[in-house]
Design a binder for this molecule. Structure first.
Ligand code: SF4
Length: 326
């Protein structure tokens, strides 16, 4: 906590110097900095591209830089490493994990598959490279419905690891899916009762749900079930959310996702108000990346994320199918 204005000024000038050193090294290394929407504000401000896991995968696939500094969680950096085998992918903190991706291992998935021979495996992007390598399709919450619809009706489907997204897809498509019982600990706490209460407090506000994080799939599920009213509700990707907030005549928006997204929304729409459903919905893994760690990452070229080629080759097939349906 900074108490005096001189402490705050010093902190501001320290941060400016840190950013200058990062940008200087970034140029020297021919690096690109990718940041997830849930990163802390200073990292988002520094990044060349800010987006969700799908957007970041697409940005990684397109970049001409030699080095990708991935400011996000580990499975996302792995996805970049799979799509860009000729680039060096660095994550500034190797301990930045994801509770949702950790709910299933490749061994568990192999056992599940052996109980359903011939079933098609659809894995949400929040999974490790080993799990993706065992999957037929990768998906995000925005294309999960299309992925499932593209699978012939007579095929059994194993859907993992987010049970809320799976239940939502089941409702929308009318297909019976076998669901893995995983969830994201951060957003498991965003409940219909909280949403109803906040919508009553701000009746004129639009309600925005970001579809890319496993976190908000529970909201999508409750809405499909009728527990959350759908009027004034918009399920949007990050880009869609940013565009929608800019174009909409509404002045207030209730946002149901990790609070990191508010940084960009507020920055781009200073005259509008964004209200988080749960201000405590903070992913501590996402917040592990700091400016100091980004600097160290570029100075020492750490921590490199590598995926063994046999796993990468199989995982790439599932990821490329996801990108083609995005
Ligand atoms: S918010 Fe949840 S799903 Fe997203 S990275 Fe954090 S733990 Fe994983």
């Amino acid at each position: 906590m900074l108490n005096t204005s001189s402490e705050r000024r010093k902190n501001g000038s320290d941060q400016t110097k840190l950013v200058e050193r990062i940008l200087d090294l970034k140029r020297k290394r021919n690096a690109v900095i990718l940041a997830h929407n849930y990163q802390i504000g200073p990292i988002q401000d520094l990044a060349d591209f800010v987006g969700d896991s799908l957007g970041l995968s697409q940005a990684a696939a397109k970049t001409e830089a030699d080095v990708i500094v991935f400011c996000g969680v580990h499975f996302m950096a792995e996805t970049a490493a799979i799509l860009c085998p000729d680039k060096k992918v660095l994550i500034p903190d190797p301990h930045a994990g994801c509770s949702l991706s950790e709910t299933v291992t490749a061994e568990q998935l192999r056992r599940w598959k052996s109980q359903h021979p011939g079933a098609v495996v659809v894995a949400y992007v929040n999974t490790s490279a080993e799990v993706k390598a065992e999957a037929d399709y990768c998906c995000t919450s925005s294309n999960a419905v299309n992925v499932v619809r593209s699978i012939p009706e007579d095929r059994e489907i194993l859907f993992l690891p987010d049970m809320y997204l799976g239940a939502y897809v089941q409702k929308v498509t009318g297909r019976k899916l076998h669901l893995w019982l995983g969830e994201c600990h951060v957003h498991a706490g965003i409940l219909p009762a909280d949403i109803k209460a906040i919508r009553q407090r701000y009746p004129a506000a639009e309600f925005l749900i970001h579809p890319e994080c496993g976190c908000v799939t529970s909201c999508m599920y409750y809405m499909a079930d009728g527990d959350i009213p759908s009027n004034g509700t918009h399920i949007l990707s990050t880009g869609g959310m940013i565009k929608h907030a800019r174009r909409s005549p509404a002045k207030e928006f209730i946002v149901a996702t990790e609070v990191g997204i508010l940084h960009r929304l507020k920055k781009e729409n200073p005259d509008k108000r964004f209200i988080p459903v749960d201000p405590e919905a903070v992913c501590q893994y996402m917040k592990m990346i700091t400016l100091e760690k980004v600097l160290t990452s570029l100075e020492d070229m750490v921590y490199e994320v590598r995926v063994p080629e046999d796993i990468a080759r199989r995982a790439r097939r599932a990821i490329e199918r996801m990108l083609s349906l995005a």
